[in-house]
Design a protein around this ligand. Structure first.
Ligand code: ZN
Length: 401
């Protein structure tokens, strides 16, 4: 089969075309791969997803480059007959989006070369953003923003982007940004006075079409700077989302957008202080509560006071605090439980002058609760998810004392 003529090589803005069906082969469950003599559809490759669109009104969901330099158009429905002429149509907004991200990447990558002599190792167009891995020494937000600024200046200078075809020998004498993986003639993409790169993708006519580039975030990954950026339509969509959530946060504080970072961090700091204060007050409250519980506690023939009680909505920290306050008194055993949201919690403890292994008792009690527990002979804690058995588990432990 002859290679497919790629119309997007000549014109990245061509969205309607006619072509002859060369072959079609049914794949699985109604999906058919159609081969044409020529196409304006860009197939998945080079980190960029394929175009979508229609062939004679049938939906083209993906295009794939097969090994023999042939583009396969994946459609669902009755495939057009071999030999017929079909009308193809590309989804323009998707093409424009991909062209903005891809051309934006040429510009952004060259900005890192110009400023820091830092080459790009890989590039991916993701659902909402794009990613490039740049071999940049000591990346910081400031150095990355310098590249963003240079890239945007090149965009707003609206430089021409031209395509030329050269032999690999001619190419070897040219200042290319990266080597080509292809043998034979090379397709070079030149951004006037800025960048020269071999590439088979779809590019804007002029840099202005990219609109703008913005960085969302970056991190160090495998010795490279992995930078998440957005260009063109995506930058606008990203701005809208970011602005919406920033305004929602500002609304909660009834404050200006620019004041919210400080207000939020102040609130978190206050919350931490409140937590510490609540814990301190709980310690005091637990001492008073322990006195009251001991006054009503049952006493064994050996004069040991046993406090067994189930609480509601008490976390394990608070339960432990109460147990510690109880066993600060001599001859005391505490068997405490709590229904804490959807979990059952247990704390068993004894004062130093009483015999008994709380670790053994709590393990068996937690088995009844379908959970686990453990600790030391004088203090052990645990829990489980069977809330119905909580009282029974404590009764059982009390009997075994
Ligand atoms: Zn390209």
């Amino acid at each position: 089969m002859p290679p497919t003529e790629r119309l997007y090589y000549q014109d990245s803005h061509l969205i309607e075309f006619e072509a002859r069906v060369i072959a079609n082969s049914e794949r699985v469950s109604g999906w058919t791969a159609v081969t044409l003599d020529r196409t304006a559809f860009y197939p998945t490759g080079g980190g960029q997803p394929s175009d979508t669109g229609t062939l004679n009104g049938l939906r083209v969901v993906e295009c794939i480059d097969d090994e023999a330099d042939v583009v396969l158009h994946v459609i669902q429905g009755r495939a057009p007959e071999v030999g017929t002429i079909v009308k193809g149509r590309i989804d323009w907004l998707r093409r424009l989006d991909h062209m903005q991200q891809h051309t934006g990447q040429h510009i952004f990558s060259q900005a890192f070369v110009k400023l820091f002599n830092a080459p790009t190792r890989s590039f991916r167009v993701l659902d909402e953003a794009c990613e490039i891995d740049v071999d940049l020494d000591n990346p910081t937000s400031e150095t990355i923003e310098r590249a963003v600024e240079l890239a945007n200046n090149v965009i707003w200078e609206n430089r021409a982007i031209t395509i030329s075809q050269v032999s690999s020998q001619e190419a070897s004498g040219l200042p290319l940004r990266k080597e080509s993986a292809r043998a034979g003639d090379l397709r070079l993409i030149e951004i006037e006075g800025f960048d020269l790169t071999p590439c088979g993708g779809t590019h804007a006519y002029q840099t202005g079409e990219v609109g703008m580039i913005a960085v969302r975030s970056w991190e160090r990954a495998k010795g490279l700077a992995r930078i998440e950026f957005v260009a063109g339509l995506r930058a606008l969509a990203d701005y809208r989302r970011a602005n919406q959530s920033a305004r929602a946060v500002a609304g909660v504080f009834s404050a200006a957008l620019s004041d919210t970072p400080e207000l939020a961090s102040r609130m978190i700091e206050e919350n931490k202080q409140l937590h510490r204060r609540v814990r301190a007050l709980e310690e005091i409250a637990a001492r008073v509560e322990a006195e009251e519980l001991l006054a009503q506690a049952a006493t064994t023939p050996d004069n040991v006071r046993i406090v067994n009680k189930v609480f509601d909505n008490r976390d394990s920290e608070s339960l432990k605090q109460l147990a510690l306050s109880l066993i600060a008194h001599p001859a005391t055993i505490a068997l405490l439980g709590s229904r804490d949201k959807d979990a059952a919690r247990l704390v068993f403890a004894r004062s130093v002058d009483v015999p008994g292994d709380m670790n053994v008792l709590i393990r068996d009690a937690c088995v009844m609760l379908d959970g686990r527990g453990g600790g030391k002979p004088d203090l052990a804690q645990g829990g489980g998810k069977n809330l119905d058995k909580l009282s029974e588990a404590i009764e059982m432990a009390a009997k075994r004392l």
